[in-house]
Structure formats: structure tokens, C-alpha cells
Ligand binder design. Structure first.
Ligand code: XMP
Length: 479
């Protein structure tokens, strides 16, 4: 037995010491950061891989705002893949399978198709399925002979591009050529996609959105550690997942490490996030196994009872500081997972060395999380629950076709609770507060960037009286 002499701290134990600031407007400060060394985020927020938090709707909202969501693993492999695909399709600037017609189709056929689908600008293929022309709504405007073959009215000179065109280049081609549709054609002359001006304009609504190289929103997928979970990894990557989170409560374990090595061996290019750990040594072991980021947090979560049940854990600020220190020489980013209750906690986690924070219950209360809004005594709530809670375990088994007996239910040692969280409106509103808090924290430390913030930040420890003084006091709070 050994007792560590240093006191471990969490967010409420400290404050950031204000320092001279040359910042003009805190709202303009960049919060750009790294989820992994290959995935850049515009805001350092990750929606937790919990079944009450992240499916496709949340992941879409997160990526549009500049963060990312991790689709949880408590659903079938096929369902998880469908959620990933939904995110990937939400804002793609490329229509993967555009509607096409052949030279033999007539003006009447095309008019019917336009009425049914509302699609204008149809690509025309020859017998070998090669692109030979395009018919736009303008070409159809004064064409009354419904029997005329499309070959006679189509525009034969079609401006096209290669299938791997970037968003920027596609935008430029549409603009330079004053066209609204840009077919993508492979080297054999076959259609491999279509870029439309309308889709590109939709995208510019979310200037901070985090995208992959093909302009699609980014998304992560959680997997377990058992051998059979390799099928989930394969399916998630095929569906387009940008990173894989190997999700286990005690990540400093041979199960986690074997799984990470296995994924790395089969998918050398995959971005792998490992966790959860709470010590520098645990962080190093995951880095040695081959991860691209480490998720830190044992027991700080709002719905966690690991520290009560197992008596195990490390207060989160100390855990983040220790793990970030251990990861520094390998330049691997840290995700501070759990225990974020207010915007100032995001600032403290990032200042302590995390590149991103993972949020569960604060996002569980938003419109984009799965589940219904409940009303209790005039207040609106949504459900949250620990993934290791009794109820989550029962549901999980039910989904896999096992109806647990009463004895099996009672034998399960839960490390999470079921809870209600206040309804918080749109995820965007929560993110605005969290990011605004971080920017203010940066400004009080006189930092312009996340890197500078981490270098400059000074923490001061406070007593219970200091904490009491830090919130509203001696007043009746009205709003
Ligand atoms: P917050 O505080 O944001 O925390 O709601 C979310 C994180 O909590 C973790 N989590 C659990 N931890 N038992 C635990 O000890 C559980 O049942 C449980 N479920 C979720 C997880 O790391 C999540 O991201």
C-alpha cells in the first residue's frame, strides 16, 4: 500500500489567475484545437459516446458548430453504420448518385421526372453509360414536343471535373464557368458524382463546420474491446467514421491495449482514441499501444458512481494535468472526459492541458439528443443515464435478445445512475455558452490561442469559502 502525498484537485478547487490582456474582442479569439494530430476542430467540444447523447442528429449539430460527436456503441453494427452515413450525407457537396437519363429518353420522360423529383439539370448517358450531355430546366422551358429524344435538346459541351475535386476547386469551377451543376467523371468517362451550386450555398451557412477532405461533416464511432468488435470497427470505417473511440471504463487494461493494437495492425491509417485513464502511466501505455488521442476521466461524470462503488478514480483536474504532462513528449492530444458542469470548467480543462473536452449530460438535455422531453412539476427535462447503470445494462441485453432474469439484474454491479437533466434547447445554445466561457477564460489569461492559453495559465487553489464567493450569493437569483 502506498499513499500519494499530493492533494488531487478538481475544477471547483481552483480558479485561473487573471493576467494582463492585450485581447481586443474575446469573441474573436480562435478556439481551434486538435482532436488528434490529423483532425482539427474549430471548437474543442466532443459529444460523448453515450446512448442518451450522440446519434446522428447530435453528431451533425456538433460538426456543424466546429466540434465532433462520437456515435455510441450500444446499438447494432448496422444501425451504428446508418447513423455514421447520415452524418456523412448531411452536408456533402457531392451528390454521390445523381439521377441520369439516356439518349433514348424523351422530353416527356424528363418532364415527368422533373415533376416527380424536383431535380433540374439531368445528366445524359450513352449506351456505355458515359456522360454525353446535360439538360437543364432552361433547355426544357420552351420545348413542347414531348416525343423529342433528349439527344436533340441536350447541351453537348459539358464542363466536368475529376471525382476527387476539393470543395474550393469545385466552387471556383462553378463560379468561373457560370454554371450551376458540375458533373464528376472518372477516367473512363463514367459519372462518379455531381456538385450543385445549391448544395454549396447550403454549406456556407455553417462557416466553422468540421469537414473531411470530401467536404463531408466529420463523425466518430465508439467500439468495445471484445474480439467481435473488430466487425464494428470495419463497418464504422467503411461507413466513413473519421475516428474510432475504443470505449471502456478502465482503459488502463490489457483488454483496451490489445484492441488498440489489433485496430492499428488492420487499419494503420485509422485515427484511434483510447480511454479512459486517469494517470500519466496509463496515458503512456495507451500511447505506446498506438493511439492518436487519450480520453481522460475515471469517475468525474455527472451520472458516474464508480468512485462510490469501486472507491477508484482521480479528481479530474489533477488527472488531466498528469495525463497531459505524460502525453506532451509524444505530442498526443488529451480529451478531458466528464464532470464539465459550467463554461468555466471548459476553460480550466483546456488550461490544464486538454486539447478537447467531452460532454455528456449537458448535451443530453438538448433537442438533438435521442429521447423525449418530459415535464415534471412545470419544468422540462430529458433523460440521462450512465452507460454502466442498471437500466442501460437491461436495455443493452434486451437489444441483443437476452431478457435478463431478476437474479441477473440484481447481480449486476452498477457504476452509473439514471437521471433527469434540465431541458436546454438547441445544442448550439449550450455550445455558444461553453465556447464563450472558454474565450473569456483565455482573455482573462491574456491568451490569443489555445496553445498560448496552456502556456500562460496560472491556477490558484481556493477554499470552500472561495468557492462560495465565486457563485451568486446573498441575493435571490431571478434568471
Ligand atoms: P458528464 O459529466 O459530461 O460525463 O455527463 C460524461 C462521461 O461520463 C462517463 N460515463 C460513465 N462513467 N459510469 C461511469 O463511471 C457510467 O455509467 C458512465 N456513463 C458515462 C463517460 O466517460 C462520459 O463521456
Amino acid at each position: 500500500m502506498k499513499i500519494l502525498q499530493d492533494t488531487a484537485l478538481t475544477y471547483d478547487d481552483v480558479l485561473l489567475v487573471p493576467q494582463y490582456s492585450g485581447v481586443d474582442s474575446r469573441r474573436l479569439l480562435s478556439t481551434q484545437t486538435r482532436l488528434t494530430n490529423q483532425i482539427t476542430l474549430q471548437i474543442p467540444i466532443v459529444a460523448a459516446n453515450m446512448d442518451v447523447v450522440t446519434e446522428s442528429e447530435m453528431a451533425i449539430a456538433m460538426a456543424r458548430e466546429g466540434g465532433i460527436g462520437i456515435i455510441h456503441r450500444f446499438l447494432s453494427i448496422a444501425e451504428q453504420a446508418r447513423h455514421i452515413q447520415r452524418v456523412k450525407k448531411a452536408e456533402s457537396f457531392i451528390v454521390e448518385k445523381p439521377i441520369t437519363m439516356t439518349l433514348a429518353h424523351t422530353v416527356g420522360d424528363l418532364k415527368r421526372l422533373v415533376d416527380e423529383t424536383g431535380t433540374g439539370g439531368i445528366l445524359i448517358l450513352d449506351d456505355e453509360e458515359k456522360l454525353v450531355g446535360i439538360v437543364t430546366t432552361r433547355d426544357l422551358l420552351f420545348e413542347n414536343n414531348v416525343n423529342k429524344p433528349l439527344g436533340e435538346i441536350m447541351q453537348k459541351k459539358v464542363i466536368s471535373a475529376a471525382p476527387d475535386i476539393s470543395l474550393k476547386d469545385a466552387e471556383k469551377m462553378l463560379h468561373d464557368n457560370r454554371i450551376e451543376k458540375l458533373p464528376l467523371v472518372d477516367k473512363d468517362g463514367r459519372v462518379a458524382g455531381l456538385v450543385t451550386l445549391k448544395d454549396i450555398m447550403k454549406i456556407t451557412q455553417y462557416p466553422k463546420a468540421t469537414k473531411d477532405q470530401r467536404g463531408r461533416l466529420i463523425v466518430g464511432a465508439a467500439v468495445g474491446v471484445r474480439d467481435k468488435e473488430m466487425r464494428r470497427v470495419e463497418s464504422a470505417l467503411q461507413a466513413g467514421a473519421d475516428c474510432i473511440v475504443v470505449d471502456i471504463a478502465h482503459g488502463d487494461s490489457h483488454l483496451e491495449i490489445d484492441m488498440i493494437k489489433n485496430i492499428r495492425k488492420h487499419y494503420p491509417q485509422a485515427q484511434i482514441i483510447g480511454g479512459n485513464v486517469a494517470t500519466g502511466d496509463g496515458t503512456k501505455r495507451l500511447i505506446d499501444a498506438g493511439v492518436d488521442a487519450v480520453k481522460v476521466g475515471v469517475g468525474p461524470g455527472s451520472i458516474c458512481i464508480t468512485r462510490i462503488v469501486a472507491g477508484s478514480g482521480v479528481p479530474q483536474l489533477t488527472a488531466v494535468i498528469d495525463c497531459a504532462k505524460a502525453a506532451k513528449s509524444a505530442n498526443i492530444p488529451i480529451i478531458a472526459d466528464g464532470g464539465i458542469r459550467q463554461p468555466g470548467d471548459v476553460a480550466k480543462a483546456i488550461a490544464a492541458g486538454a486539447q478537447t473536452v467531452m460532454i455528456g449530460s449537458m448535451l443530453a438535455g438538448t433537442d438533438e439528443s435521442p429521447g423525449m422531453i418530459m415535464t415534471r412539476r412545470g419544468h422540462r427535462y430529458k433523460a440521462s443515464r450512465g452507460m454502466a447503470s442498471r437500466e442501460a445494462n437491461i436495455d443493452r441485453n434486451k437489444k441483443e435478445g437476452n431478457d435478463l432474469t431478476q437474479e441477473e439484474i440484481e447481480e449486476y454491479v452498477a457504476e452509473g445512475v439514471e437521471a433527469a437533466v434540465p431541458y436546454r434547447g438547441k445544442a448550439r445554445e449550450v455550445l455558444t455558452q461553453l465556447v464563450g466561457g472558454l474565450q473569456s477564460g483565455m482573455s482573462y489569461s491574456g491568451a490569443q490561442t489555445v496553445d498560448e492559453f496552456q502556456k500562460k495559465a496560472i491556477f490558484v487553489r481556493m477554499t470552500g469559502a472561495g468557492l462560495k464567493e465565486s457563485g451568486p450569493h446573498d441575493v435571490e437569483v431571478l434568471t
